[in-house]
Write a protein that binds this ligand. Structure first.
Ligand code: HEM
Length: 167
């Protein structure tokens, strides 16, 4: 008797084809990059975002290179406290040009934070050496440290502030 391939009923044939199709999808998953960025996992896991998300680089700033980050052009806002540079862009309401603490944007805010004052004379001119804060009282230093803690819990540390001629 001649050997014939018998799949049984058409239903069985359909099931067999479906199983073979499913198995090959598992063994050879699609790795093609979709044309549009998928918003759900419908297309499987092998996709890449359209572009790399923005990254924050830890950098060394001087008073002069920090100054442009004052938010006046709508860009990032940075400020320094005790040489730690924070990215306070998320607090634009506070530090933007119309913000209550706008004076601190792009500047070394250490003295103002220590003395709890946003007066302009708390700031050191950007072409001058860094404020050494040597005349501050212990309670003012403590106050400044309290602000550093507040900022560390809220904003990203993105650099350190060094003398103009040190970078
Ligand atoms: C006129 C008196 C003042 C009022 C009514 C006031 C009001 C406020 C308010 C409502 C907040 C927001 C608090 C929050 O949402 O967490 C705040 C935050 C703050 N204040 Fe004042 N403040 C005053 C004086 C000062 C002074 C003199 C300084 C000087 C250092 C200062 C520095 C700050 C800072 C650094 C923040 C934190 C902003 C942030 O989280 O990014 N404030 N203030």
């Amino acid at each position: 008797m001649a050997y014939t391939l018998d799949f049984g009923t058409p239903v069985n044939t359909a099931l067999l084809i479906y199983i073979l199709y499913s198995v090959q999808k598992i063994v050879f998953p699609s790795t093609s990059i979709p044309k549009t960025v998928p918003s759900e996992f419908k297309h499987g896991y092998s996709w890449m975002p359209k572009e790399h998300p923005p990254t924050v680089l830890f950098k060394t700033y001087t008073p002069k290179t920090l100054e442009p980050f004052n938010g006046k052009n709508g860009g990032r806002i940075l400020l320094a406290i005790n040489s730690i540079v924070f990215d306070v862009t998320a607090g634009r309401n506070f530090y933007g040009p119309d913000g209550m603490y706008g004076n601190f944007a792009g500047r070394d805010a250490s003295r103002g934070m220590a003395k709890q004052s946003f007066d302009l004379d708390m700031l050191t001119a950007v072409d001058q050496p860094l404020d050494k804060l040597q005349d501050l009282r212990p309670d003012e230093i403590e106050n400044m440290k309290g602000w550093i803690e507040h900022f560390s819990n809220k904003y990203v540390i993105c650099g350190k502030l060094v003398e103009n001629d040190a970078a």
